[in-house]
Design a protein around this ligand. Sequence first.
Ligand SMILES: Cc1ncc(COP(=O)(O)O)c(C=O)c1O
Length: 360
Amino acid sequence: MNTRDLSAHTVYRAGRGIEEVARELGLDPEEMVKLASNENMFGPSPLAVEAIRESAERMHHYPKSSHADLVEALADLWDVDSEQVWLGNGGDGALDCLARAMLAPGDEVLVPSPGFAYYAMSARYHHGEVAEYTLSKADDFAQTADVVLKDYDGERIVYLTSPHNPTGAEFTTDAVREIAEETDEETLVVVDEAYGEFTDTESKRPLLDERDDVALLRTFSKAYGLAGIRLGYAVVPESWADAFARINTPFSASELACRAGLAALSDDDHVERSVETADWAREYIAENLAAPTWESTGNFILAEVGDASAVADAAQERGVIIRDCSSFGLPECIRITCGTEEDTERAISVLNEVIEVVEA
Ligand SMILES: Cc1ncc(COP(=O)(O)O)c(C=O)c1O
């Protein structure tokens, strides 16, 4: 018995949690600072926590009304029909839905390099092939229409990330429009706005009124602090929105997720505080880290530290976990998630110590 040929697939290994790392290093998990996964520094929205507690008693039911209510609320938020909101098990799950709806075996997709690994993984799970466009470090990872179109060769899906993970760079709406215009009619441009709440730049949502080949991706994992509940969604153009009913896993977003999502959507204070603190942290890191950084509009910042793996290991031994970007193809860079003031200040002080030691 064999699986199909999975040799081209990347093995996904989740980063280790704080408890696991603390146990291994003999440190107290309470004293560790984890700024490695772009999670929310304030935890989940308190209203979402309350909603999860309250709905626990109803877990014997399938999520019917909660699913419908959340879709309705999101449709209101984005001013689209409810059919156009495709809920998934995290933004990752929504990416899977888009791949399932679009890709026939052997179809190609175009993904950014460096970039978020799951675009390619999802395409391969759905029998697709993967090509890359290069974001150039020499150009500060600038995201322009030319950068994408230069490497475009008729792929079925083009993934754009704005703000981009891990660089923090953005696309303008005009650039996305140009990419959609210059690519084939049957090429879908997915604009991943997982970090969209953290930037002052407008969402690319208006393009969905102009065209039928642009879709958005959004998540509750970042600004809403619900990474553990796994809730995200795509907003798709009206003309093919009904495809969801043909490709969706029944009840792909759980009752808990839907209830938590609904509550979090109404918690403006939590989002506002998270966004303001991320603004502060980005500035603090850029000013105080003893290494060059790139301008970012996400809740994280990329920095060039020389030997990223040595810096990440040494910081971890001192209780600070940040992301070594070697797996993004940037072995000289780390990505630091914006934390609370206390956590960010501690992380930068430890990182400055270890950068000096590693450089010496
Ligand atoms: C750029 C980008 N897109 C999508 C996601 C998916 O997040 P989730 O599946 O938690 O919604 C992430 C998560 O880190 C991300 O960085």
